[in-house]
Design a protein around this ligand. Sequence first.
Ligand SMILES: [Zn+2]
Ligand SMILES: [Zn+2]
Length: 256
Amino acid sequence: MNSEIQTLIEQRPHLRDPLERYARWLHFSQSVQEMLSGVQLVRSEGDARSYPGNVADAVFDLFLDVLGVSAEHLAPLRAALARGDLDFLRFPLDDYPVLPDFSCSPEEASTVLFLLSRPHFQALRQRSPQDGGAWVGGRCPLCSAQPVLASIVEGPQRRLHCSFCATIGTFRFIGCPHCGNNDVERLGTIVSDDEPGFRIATCDECHSYLKTIESSVLQKMSVDLADMASLPLDMVAQDKGYVRLAPNPIGLRKMT
Ligand SMILES: [Zn+2]
Ligand SMILES: [Zn+2]
């Protein structure tokens, strides 16, 4: 396990389980990146939508360790991946397929598909970076996902971070990136003394929220770890009835 995660577990033992799951995913993701760097990523149109056919099975073997569930339970998913039936590019639009024989709720399925596909999106970002561009309509310019977090940098300026491909881009300082609401009367902020450097931006128009961090936090930890470390803030926002639209690094939206 990487030392940053280990340190965070020591500082926040109540987050041990989610952080350990994240560590397993990170190991999976790094292994997949290495695997993909050795192959021509896009050999056909089908390969752009999912893992290339020549590595799909090996990727799936690695993936089994992330979830700690039986290979048998995930067999329908392995088969769909091998057949090239999964169009990853639909996932950031919240369009997840219903897989026959895959016995889990739609929410669980979207978590599993997010975790499986995310290294693919991160490899796309390596190949065609779109960092620094404007997020038109509040969507990632590379994969069209909604932002996972916002960060504030000197200016002040607001940056949005993608939950799938990790692209970072700009967005206007005031306004809800999810629905475009600019009415300050219907925008709010929640802060917690327990989480310095973090706050929650809420929107009463679409009832969503977005965690917002000072850029100084990102000098100490990655965006993923900042999101994981501030899990208790998600609970505060969700207890107040606001919803999280982009999955966190372990694929969760609902924490309560
Ligand atoms: Zn993206
Ligand atoms: Zn909104």
